[in-house]
Design a protein around this ligand. Structure first.
Ligand code: UTP
Length: 413
């Protein structure tokens, strides 16, 4: 440990982060060891660059943005529906489809103390979100006589609690051996001077590295490999917080296969040009998502000859990937975006500071940045009332209340 401590001190001195060891002596042995390991594995050079990037406003001026074509699920002919369903069902029945739920987010807006999936949105059944999602898989199991493998991405913060919740609830009646958990990566949070924040324990304050961390996490945890061994060819990846998500959708799978694209994404038509959502587009010829903060007013209002918004397909984090492209994505570093957040921390005096205003930089990769290495994607527009009921905020829009209403309306409860 002496040698480790010495090396850690040298690294910290080089990057003027010596305060990270401020409470080292007060930590129990195993925490000391963990802290040293974290110091030795953090990429300080990258962290310094990330801090520098907080001072630069991102520019998109050099990117060529164009609309991307989409297919509307509702407008498919009966023949097409049947054809895609048949292809998709075949893949499911042959055990070639897996589902990943990204549940590593911090859910700060919801403010629930446990993992978001453990939240009860107030259905009459009081099913927690994880169970609502699991219903998708149980129905598929009933219909196709196969347990679709379910992988859940957690984070350092909620991994143990998530597993304990599944255990306590007996995996909601789904076969335990079809469920696997894996942790996403983390990055230290920085204060406005670029100093690493310490958490209540006096350890490094780490935050999950964004939903874009999924590809690297799948590679590092051997998930992609495990899928390949199981003969998985297609992987649906969705968030934990949409209680109307269709995790097993033969039409989505079938249409992606038929169109020979290596990935697909579901979209919803924007409610109005000003709606604050990211929309699918092509950036420099490749599929992409342009954030509402990046799109100009004129562009967001542009329409085609039928009066439809040219940039009107919002991205809802419901995507499907071919295993081949997932492997490639796992080896491809995504850029980090910076967010300025409120984060409690332990100061030099050992006091816990709970800020009322944002005070810390958090760095996150976005899943859709990965689209840029995919030659083409199938964008399938679906109906909001059938497939999208997000739980983001504690009250108001996209809250448990709105999600419950959408869920009940769809299920005619
Ligand atoms: P959001 O972007 O809504 O973030 O995540 P969040 O962390 O859940 O909530 P806030 O912003 O703190 O309130 C969309 C989806 O991506 C997952 C979330 O769990 C959710 O399913 N996600 C997000 C991760 O798995 N890891 C992350 O690092 C971020």
């Amino acid at each position: 440990m002496e040698e480790k401590l010495k090396v850690a001190k040298e690294i910290l001195a080089k990057y003027t982060q010596e305060h990270v060891l401020r409470f080292y002596d007060e930590l129990p042995k195993e925490k000391q060891n963990q802290l040293l390991n974290e110091i030795l594995t953090i990429d300080f050079k990258e962290l310094t660059k990330l801090y520098e990037s907080t001072k630069i406003k991102p520019s998109f001026e050099n990117s060529k943005i164009e609309p991307i074509s989409h297919i509307t699920k509702e407008e498919l002919s009966e023949e097409e529906r049947q054809e895609y369903t048949k292809i998709g069902e075949q893949i499911i029945k042959e055990g070639k489809l897996a589902v990943v739920t990204m549940a590593g987010g911090q859910g700060t807006r919801l403010g629930h103390s446990g993992p978001k999936g453990t939240y009860d949105i107030g259905l009459a059944s009081h099913k927690p979100i994880f169970e609502i999602l699991c219903d998708n898989l149980k129905q598929a199991k009933e219909k196709y006589k196969i347990a679709v493998p379910w992988y859940l991405m957690t984070s350092e913060e909620n991994h143990e609690d998530t597993i304990a919740f599944f255990e306590k609830n007996n995996y909601f009646g789904y076969p335990k051996n079809a469920v696997q958990f894996f942790k996403q990566g983390t990055l230290p949070m920085l204060d406005t001077n670029g100093k690493i924040l310490l958490n209540e324990e006096g350890m490094i304050k780490q935050a999950p590295d964004g939903h874009g961390g999924i590809f690297e996490a799948m590679r590092k945890n051997g998930i992609t490999y495990d899928m390949k061994e199981k003969g998985i060819e297609w992987v649906f990846i969705g968030g934990v917080d949409n209680v109307l998500v269709k995790m097993v959708d033969p039409i989505l799978t079938g249409i992606t296969v038929k169109r020979k694209t290596l990935a697909a994404g579901k979209s919803l038509i924007k409610a109005n040009p000003q709606e604050k959502v990211g929309v699918f587009c092509k950036k420099n010829g490749k599929p992409s998502v342009i954030e509402y903060t990046e799109i100009s007013k004129e562009m967001s209002e542009m329409t085609d000859e039928h009066g439809e918004l040219l940039y009107g397909e919002s991205h809802i984090l419901c995507n499907q990937f071919n295993i081949q492209i997932l492997e490639e994505l796992g080896n491809n570093k995504l850029p980090y975006h910076v967010a300025f957040k409120k984060a409690s921390y332990k100061n030099e005096k050992g006091e816990i500071v709970v800020p009322q205003e944002p005070n810390a930089y958090k760095f996150e990769a976005f899943l859709f940045d990965a689209f840029s290495i995919i030659p083409d994607m199938t964008i399938l527009r679906v109906k909001r009332q059938e497939e999208f009921a997000p739980v983001k905020n504690a009250t108001g829009v996209d809250s448990p209340e709105t999600a419950r209403e959408l869920y009940n309306n769809f299920h005619h409860i």
